[in-house]
Design a protein around this ligand. Structure first.
Ligand code: BEZ
Length: 212
C-alpha cells in the first residue's frame, strides 16, 4: 500500500521494547511520530534514537509521542539500547517495534521496492489523533534526520489545523505566518487576525502568529 498525505494510518499489533501493543489503542488521542530506521547497531541510527529520546518533553508539550521501527527483533533492540545509552548518555524512552517478518514495514510501505529487503528506509510519518497520515519525510540511510524539523512540522500542522494560516519557508513557532489565500472576507480577516496583517500582494498576506 502506498502512503500519501491524508492516507488512513492502519492499525496493527506489534511486539515492542515496551511489550506488545495495539497501535491505535496505544496512540489514544495523541499525535504520533512513527519513524523507521534501517538497522540496529548502526552509527547514524544510534544517534537518531538518542535524539528522539531527548525530545520527550517537547513531544509531550505537543500532545505527541514517538514510536520507532526496524526489521530487527525486540531482543536485538534490547541489546542495542544498552549501546545507545552507553554511547549517547540516554536510552530510548519510547517503544521500538520489532518487525523481523517485515509485516508492519510492508503495511506502512517502509521498504522501497529498490532497497534491500533487510532495510526499512529512514522515514517519518506524522499521524494525527484522527489516525490520518499528515506528513511524510524520507531520507536515505546515509543521512541522519534533523529532529528539530520534526517539531517544526508538528507545530505547523497543529497551528494550521486551528487557524486559517499557512507557515512560510523556514518558519519557526512564534514567527509571522501567511493568511490562506482562500480567506478573502475583510471582516473575517479582521476578526481572525486582530493584531493586523501586511498585504505584500493580494495573495501574500503576513500576520503575527495568531495563537501567540
Ligand atoms: C546507520 O544508521 O549508520 C546506517 C544504517 C544503514 C546504512 C548506512 C548507515
Amino acid at each position: 500500500m502506498a502512503f500519501y498525505i491524508g492516507s488512513p494510518a492502519p492499525d496493527f499489533s506489534a511486539e515492542t521494547t515496551f511489550g506488545p501493543l495495539q497501535f491505535h489503542a496505544w496512540a489514544g488521542s495523541q499525535w504520533v511520530i512513527f519513524f523507521s530506521h534501517p538497522k540496529d547497531f548502526t552509527p547514524v541510527c544510534t544517534t537518531e534514537l538518542a535524539a528522539v529520546a531527548r525530545l520527550a518533553d517537547a513531544l509531550q508539550q505537543r500532545n505527541a509521542k514517538a514510536i520507532a521501527i526496524s526489521v530487527d527483533s525486540v531482543a536485538d533492540h534490547h541489546r542495542w539500547i544498552a549501546d545507545i545509552e552507553g554511547t549517547q548518555g540516554i536510552a530510548p524512552n519510547f517503544p521500538i517495534i520489532g518487525d523481523p517478518n517485515r509485516t508492519i514495514s510492508r503495511l506502512y510501505d517502509l521498504i522501497p521496492p529498490d532497497a534491500p529487503d533487510s532495510f526499512t528506509v529512514r522515514s517519518v510519518l506524522f499521524i494525527d489523533p484522527a489516525r490520518k497520515v499528515r506528513a511524510i519525510i524520507t531520507y536515505p540511510a546515509s543521512t541522519g534526520r534533523n529532529f528539530d524539523e520534526l517539531l517544526r512540522v508538528l507545530d505547523s500542522l497543529q497551528l494550521t489545523d486551528n487557524h486559517k494560516v499557512a507557515t512560510p519557508a523556514n518558519w519557526k513557532d512564534g514567527e509571522e505566518v501567511v493568511i490562506v489565500p482562500s480567506l478573502t472576507d475583510p471582516e473575517e480577516i479582521a476578526r481572525r487576525f486582530p493584531k493586523g496583517h501586511t498585504v505584500l500582494r493580494p495573495w501574500l498576506r503576513l500576520t503575527p502568529q495568531p495563537n501567540r
